[in-house]
Design a protein around this ligand. Structure first.
Ligand code: 6PG
Length: 229
């Protein structure tokens, strides 16, 4: 099914890592709050490992959302990380996106993209100084570097910045410094500072710890401090 045939659906891009698992657990605890049957989930990035491996972002979403909510596999769209080279996997995911959104030659526009941030300011699998940051044509690219654990596949800024809503979800004291650099400094070296939706909204949802180096009087940006636990 593609978006046009499927009637009203919602498209979300989900990130991996440790932070979102708490959020996914929280959301899975209130199943009636969301129209799960029409929410189509995609991966903002994926480690290039089999999807049954603990490092897999698909497995994180499966364990913390799909299984608890008993969702069928019809509404999640994993990156194919077996049987293809990284370049082939990235190209296939991009063509899967175009097929689902019926979008070529336009850039698909997600209803929501959920991002995290690393303490070096990376987001998705876009790392400081990486050439993928300057990708202005491809929507999904392979990330091959020995600087990070696991080779990865990632959405690029043209796709992320075309979303209707982008939300950074950040928790923990260990993210307080990078959030200060991001929200005070607008440091262009930080990949997360390159997330500037062209038409959509950008929000930062932080817990108290991640907010602890900030104050509302001196930051720019739409920041919500929510301690949802
Ligand atoms: C990934 C994520 C990545 C993550 C940050 C923060 O695949 O790891 O997409 O961008 O959001 O690395 O990770 P933590 O939430 O584990 O701190």
């Amino acid at each position: 099914m593609n978006k046009r045939e499927g009637g009203k659906i919602l498209t979300v891009g989900l990130s991996g890592g440790r932070t979102p698992s708490d959020l996914y657990d929280f959301v899975a605890g209130c199943p009636r709050e969301f129209p799960w049957e029409i929410i189509h989930m995609f991966l903002v990035d994926e480690r290039f490992v089999p999807i049954d491996q603990p490092e897999s972002n698909y497995k994180l979403i499966e364990d913390h959302l799909l299984k608890p909510l008993a969702l069928s596999g019809n509404t999640i769209h994993p990156v194919m990380t077996e049987g293809l080279s990284m370049d082939e996997a990235a190209a296939k995911y991009e063509s899967d996106l175009h097929a689902f959104f019926s979008s070529p030659p336009d850039v698909p526009s997600f209803d929501l993209i959920l991002l995290g941030i690393g303490d070096d300011g990376h987001t998705a699998s876009l790392f400081p100084g990486a050439r993928e940051l300057n990708e202005d044509t491809r929507l999904v690219v392979p990330v091959k570097t020995d600087r990070i654990p696991h080779e990865r596949i990632t959405m690029t800024l043209p796709l992320i910045n075309n979303a209707r809503n982008v939300v950074f979800f950040v928790t923990g004291k260990n993210k307080a410094l990078i959030m200060k650099k991001l929200l005070y400094g607008r440091n262009a070296e930080l990949p997360a500072s390159r997330v500037r939706p062209t038409k959509g909204s950008l929000k930062y949802v932080l817990d108290d710890d991640a907010f602890s180096n900030l104050d509302f009087d001196s930051i720019t940006g739409d920041v919500l401090v929510e301690d949802y636990r």
